[in-house]
Design a protein around this ligand. Structure first.
Ligand code: FES
Length: 384
């Protein structure tokens, strides 16, 4: 037990199900044992619900099927009991008529899963556009310790040595095909090269904008949102999240202690500097309201007048993609350049302030992450 601990084993939420000394508790223990667990697997150990949006129909989260094992390893190493709980997987590109219709359904599912089962802490595995706010909204409502694990961007697209970006190059290639500039065989090659690994779209579209915002607000293992999905740093980030969530349960570090008006402002500042997706506006406001923080369109307007776009990432940027952003220093390199605009005393899931977390972050490519006196776009516009 470290000095930050405020929860004792008897106070665990799961103990109300499993250690209440009544018939129902006896029955609950019996059902846990039905899965092969022994009493010492959960007795005095936080139960960590891993809400996994893996699905065979969602390529953005395809690696979560394996990555959840890294999370479980971390939970076990820290003395918790991991239980994987599948929840609905919203894949932006195929779901019709629009996954926006289901964001709140996911939020309700998450809220009710966490509320109705003996769960002491939650890992939220998402990233494809609506899954990030959906998972966050549900977890904010329940107010048990939670860490968001972003799926991470896919690798750069590639066809015949030329870099391809999600979205914009798909439209462009289709138009080239329609006017006869490329043939069927080339179109098929581009089709396979546009999205060539697991992970979310690798431009600064809604997925990377939202995961970056949640990271900037302190709800991820710091810097997680920039790590490419198939980089082994992503595995290590997942096991770190598994370890840390158990500590957070003992510390009772709930989302309400991390998500404040100031942390939402940090999220908006980050979105502006990234030149991120305008879709983030509705999701930020929804999350802020769920967290009882007063954020409105006026905040976006006010902040955008001060914050320049310093990340040169497509589609607002001219050349680079998320993989390049990661190699250039990622979100923390960028946030360190924005220190004067951020509330540095805001808490993160690792129990340190965001100011501490970013203080040593460096930038390795000044064309991808610009200096404040060499802005990519003078005022923070949200062009996509
Ligand atoms: Fe999943 Fe773009 S379709 S992030």
């Amino acid at each position: 037990m470290n000095n930050n601990n405020v929860i004792t084993p008897e106070m665990l939420r799961s103990a109300k199900w499993l250690d209440a000394g009544d018939f129902r508790s006896f029955n609950h223990r019996s059902r846990m044992m039905q899965m092969g667990f022994g009493i010492d697997d959960w007795d005095g150990s936080p139960i960590i619900g891993i809400l996994n949006t893996w699905s065979d129909i969602n390529p953005c989260h395809h690696h979560f099927k394996d990555r959840v094992e890294d999370v479980k390893r971390g939970v076990l190493q820290s003395g918790g009991l991991p239980l994987e709980i599948p929840c609905m997987s919203l894949f932006e590109s195929i779901n019709k008529p629009s996954p926006l219709l289901y964001r709140n359904l996911l939020a309700m599912e998450v809220e009710e899963l966490l509320r109705s089962y003996p769960i002491d802490g939650a890992i939220l595995m998402g990233g494809c556009d609506k899954t990030t706010p959906g998972l966050m909204l549900g977890a904010i409502s329940v107010q048990i310790p939670a860490i968001f694990i972003p799926a991470g961007p896919m690798l750069r697209g590639n066809y015949r040595g030329e870099t391809l970006g999600s979205g914009s190059d798909a439209f462009k290639s289709w138009d080239e095909y329609r006017v006869g500039n490329i043939c069927d065989r080339e179109l098929e090659g581009i089709c396979g090269g546009l999205a060539r690994s697991a992970g979310t779209c690798m431009t600064m579209g809604t997925a990377s904008t939202m995961t970056s915002i949640v990271d900037a607000m302190g709800m991820c293992i710091p810097g997680a949102s920039s790590i490419p999905a198939v980089d082994t740093n992503h595995n290590r980030m997942c096991s770190k999240a598994g370890k840390r969530i158990v500590e957070m349960v003992w510390e009772d570090l709930t989302p309400g202690k991390i998500l404040t008006k100031k942390s939402f402002v940090n999220g908006i500042v980050t979105a502006m500097a990234l030149g991120g997706s305008t879709n983030s506006i509705i999701h930020i406001i929804a999350m802020a309201r769920r967290a009882e923080c007063n954020i409105s369109m006026d905040d976006f307007d006010r902040i955008s007048r001060d914050i320049p776009v310093i990340a040169n990432i497509r589609p607002s940027g001219d050349l680079y993609l998320m993989e390049d952003f990661y190699y250039a220093g990622g979100i923390h390199g960028m946030m360190n350049r924005l220190r004067s605009f951020l509330h540095l005393d805001e808490m993160t899931v690792v129990g340190e302030t965001i100011g501490n977390v970013i203080q040593n972050a460096e930038v390795y490519n000044n064309d991808i992450i610009r200096k404040l006196d060499d802005q990519y776009i003078k005022k923070g516009l949200l062009p996509y």
